[in-house]
Design a protein around this ligand. Sequence first.
Ligand SMILES: Cc1ncc(COP(=O)(O)O)c(C=O)c1O
Length: 386
Amino acid sequence: MGDQSKHLPEEFKLERFLARYEFTAPYTLCCSDSQPLSQSEVLALADDECRRKWDQLSLAYTEPEGLPELREEVAKLYNGVSAKDVLIMGPQEALSIAMLAMLRPGDHVVVTFPGYQSLYQIAHTIGAEVSFWHMRADEEGRLVFQMSELRKLVRPTTRAVVVNFPHNPSGALLSLADWETLVEQCRAAGAYLFSDEMYRMLERDPGARLPAAAECYERGVSLCGMSKALGMPGIRIGWLATRDASLHPLIQRLHDYSTICNSAPSEVLALIGLRARDWLISANLDLIEANLGAARAFFARHSDTFEWYEPAAGSVAFPRLRTGEPVDEFCERLVQKSGVLLLPATVYEHAPSVAEGRFRIGLGRLNFKECLKHLEDFLQKEKESA
Ligand SMILES: Cc1ncc(COP(=O)(O)O)c(C=O)c1O
């Protein structure tokens, strides 16, 4: 009997790893979201209109494109994008659906790598040819994506360029000049630019925020959502924004086969969160900044064991273990012995990062310093028993 799952995407390594430990390990130090809010914290932020919507909420089916007021609110995040250009759905769902809408078997796609697996896995499953745009460490040790490399990858026939800035897991960001060059390369090839902007609005320097793909390119598709900058991953609300009207019916056709429409309570909670975004994002950035300070001090104290790489943006960083021990074995031992969960580079399937011993840490949580303390205790105990 042949492999009955050959036509399916390969197992999502990062999600399977997290599913194994995330809800049992007491000190999760690798989360990519910002501190999740409670429902009562969100409701306390509601304006009168949203409070009424919440109190009178009907649990009926919702509009397939998303709650109209929510689409309006999302459109305000972008210049030149209107509510009709926005489709609301779960972020991961939106990512998969957009890939299915854009790509056909045999198409050529360029994807930033390492990265969130669905950014390339769905393309593989469709039968597209995937070229990876590899992250490198520059002379100063910063993790970067070089335009010289991208130039070699994009072909006149490339169907889509798929990028993720701020980048998971490195926190890398392009300069504005490089972003504009990227858009021009897509335009010259007539390629879609699918831009995973899940960590947008978490730029430590607001001046470094890139224009969204949906704003600056007629074939640009922006993915964003409530999980990272807004601390509401559990409501499963995200969106696709694109001015390419030809994609909308395809996306909607596929959405009719996934969730059809969104959860009514989640849409109202998302509307409340988005209307309070300035306050929420600034609180999350303050927390990331404080945690970065603690991370810098920690990694300086343990520079014999680790090497620290400062992220440019977002809520995650990608330091490395420098002891030579395979990073997945280190992470496994750490979680078993101390309950501290780090995410080893092996889940990203990126050989250079695995060879360098990289692992992801998350910077967005309130218990970050407590988790670091447990990691420090673990290192201390290992030293004592060596
Ligand atoms: C780069 C990236 N894209 C998409 C997603 C999916 O977002 P969500 O988990 O909210 O569906 C994630 C989640 O970690 C991510 O890191």
